[in-house]
Design a protein around this ligand. Structure first.
Ligand SMILES: [Zn+2]
Length: 160
């Protein structure tokens, strides 16, 4: 009995400080009136205090819950960003023609496969469409576009 009901007065357990024993008993253990760092208070039995089960008036759990929720949101947000980035890259995969700046498309009416050269210069995109092969689109389209829109630096590219 004496071992069970140690004097915890003034001892700290997490955020709680045991202030005085009450007349209440829980499973034979003294229930202590505890003050919490947050200004709240709690009635906690000796065993819950000493085994570390209860470390606040409840505010700790609330904060933990809030931060769990926040983490959940943040994780979800990151996932969304990742998802949308991934989505944004999908067309690039589809347009793989083996030639830089060449993508395939289908003509609107007859649904024929065509190739289109494009180039992005200073945020603007220029197109040359209607090629029957990706080679044509590259050599007659893309290189033309490069010649036209890119600042000239290396002349030793492919022949005209
Ligand atoms: Zn508290």
């Amino acid at each position: 009995m004496t071992r069970k009901n140690v004097d915890l007065t003034g001892q700290k357990f997490g955020r709680l400080t045991a202030k005085y024993p009450t007349d209440q008993r829980k499973q034979g253990k003294i229930v202590w009136y505890c003050e919490c760092e947050c200004g709240g208070h709690a009635y906690v039995s000796t065993s819950y205090l000493t085994n570390g089960d209860t470390r606040s008036c409840g505010c700790l759990k609330v904060e933990q819950d809030i931060s769990n929720i926040r983490e959940g949101y943040e994780k979800e947000r990151v996932d969304n960003v990742v998802m949308s980035l991934f989505k944004g890259q999908e067309p690039r995969k589809d347009s793989g023609t083996g030639f830089r700046g060449v993508s395939k498309y289908y003509t609107r009416k007859s649904k024929e496969l065509r190739y289109r050269a494009w180039i992005t210069v200073a945020g603007k995109r220029y197109y040359k469409s209607g090629f029957l092969t990706p080679e044509d689109a590259y050599f007659k389209g893309r290189l033309e576009l490069e010649k036209k829109y890119l600042p000239k630096e290396n002349e030793n590219e492919t022949e005209k």
